[in-house]
Design a protein around this ligand. Sequence first.
Ligand code: C5P
Length: 223
Amino acid sequence: FQKKVLAGKKVLITAGPTFEAIDPVRGITNHSSGKMGFAIARAAVEAGAQVHLIAGPCDLETPLAATGKITRTDVVSAKEMHAATIQASDSDIFFAVAAVADWSVAKPAKEKIKRQSQKAPDLAFVANPDILLDMAKSVKTKAGKPYPYCVGFAAESTNLEAHAKEKLQRKGIPMIVGNIGPETFGSDLNQLLIIDAQGSKKLAKAEKLQLARQLIELIAKKI
Ligand code: C5P
């Protein structure tokens, strides 16, 4: 960054997947390497922000840890990610990058469920809390500007723009970022579709870190 566009700002980020236990050895999860969220964390530190990264299970190093500008909280389930996010101190920008599991198992078994030759267990699910929705509901105002500025992400298999716009409205957030496939999951490359009140803007295929820097630059102008 030519200028530290987020100097003095606090940025909160959820990244990676969540993991919902079925029993001590099994669970359900979503595809997410955490790379996009971690790239945003790195770009935000580069831009001068103090960053709190809340990460689901993923195998990535905390970016720029030596700067002391980044705090990381590791969580496993959506419920834990929700609690850690809500408890985090006030932030100026919240990036909900995590691929949060929509459901968790109602009663995870304490011991490993024994396999019975042909019979599958009957699992009951419960809906997980919506972290982004709850953060969007808690938005406050400082010097006439709402904070945190909440940014949602959308990964869809069809109709990205329509689904992303629907999420923006349903969650009441100012910006949503669509992952334009096909190579999103686990890749170092991505293409993004940024949607806000001004319209849609495509960020062409590039390294996730380059895209994260462009996204930070754009948002810094809005807050
Ligand atoms: O419509 P959907 O809930 O999938 O919207 C995706 C966006 O919402 C992403 O930004 C994701 O991080 C966030 N989300 C969340 N908590 C959930 C589900 C999704 O923060 N339980």
